[in-house]
Write a protein of this length. Sequence first.
Length: 259
Amino acid sequence: MSTPATPSPPPASGGEVVAIFGGRSEIGLAVARRLAPGRTIVLASRPGADTSALGAPLADAGAAAVEFVDFDADDLDSHAAVVADIESRIGEITVAVLAFGILGDQALAERDASAAARILHTDFVAQAALLTVLAERMKPRRRGTLVAFSSVAGQRVRRANYVYGSAKAGLDGFASGMADALHGTGVTLVIPRPGFVVGRMTEGMDPAPFSSTPDQVADAVVARVQARRAGVVWIPWQLRVMFAVARLVPQPVWRRMPR
Ligand SMILES: NC(=O)c1ccc[n+]([C@@H]2O[C@H](COP(=O)([O-])OP(=O)(O)OC[C@H]3O[C@@H](n4cnc5c(N)ncnc54)[C@H](OP(=O)(O)O)[C@@H]3O)[C@@H](O)[C@H]2O)c1
């Protein structure tokens, strides 16, 4: 049985609260800058991570306040307490962006079971756990928006990055089902499916066709959040067509696809 959410006080700043889980994420911060005007931004980052430079750009973008919270996604047992702490001290979360994730070392994960499990744990299990905690708090209030980052890597998993890709496939399935379960509850779950994003996570890799930037991803995500429309957002939209065709590619060809 689920526990009803504890009623939380209004935000100290009097505005909405946007929480970025994985508070140093390039994409998460680009989303935060766009949602900043008049809102409190909470950056929930790994304990000990350097967040000293992250507040000023959000204040410049018009944030009512910027708050910093320790959050280790891999520590599943801490999720409920972190969310409860944000809501009791800072205010009810209106938009929660799950921006944490790791690409991991595919070659290592092919040989080392614990390395494979770490990627699946962060990119699938921890995401599913936090989405569940957040949805259970938002449902009784009948409002709130969740953002869970899928990827085209999970649409048809490639040999070259099957560990990360399978985690994203799992997350995409979980989030798609949850978005349907939330239909009619007043809570919206947005599922961005970006292609290759040129940024820190992909540093040193050759960009794939239809690459985008963190700013382009954030534009598409924020437009969808503001429209309060649940479901998948392909970024860019052309990838929807490309992956409809990709499903038809014979396996002997698909197996040679680059990362
Ligand atoms: N970049 C792409 O090509 C791409 C494409 C499709 C989907 N996505 C997805 O989009 C999301 C955002 O990616 P991004 O490009 O913004 O990547 P990013 O800049 O590398 O950010 C990922 C963030 O996740 C944080 N993180 C990792 N493990 C964590 C943990 N256990 N607890 C708390 N935080 C943790 C990292 O923290 P530290 O800063 O402390 O390392 C980092 O700030 C991810 O889910 C990613 O898989 C990215």
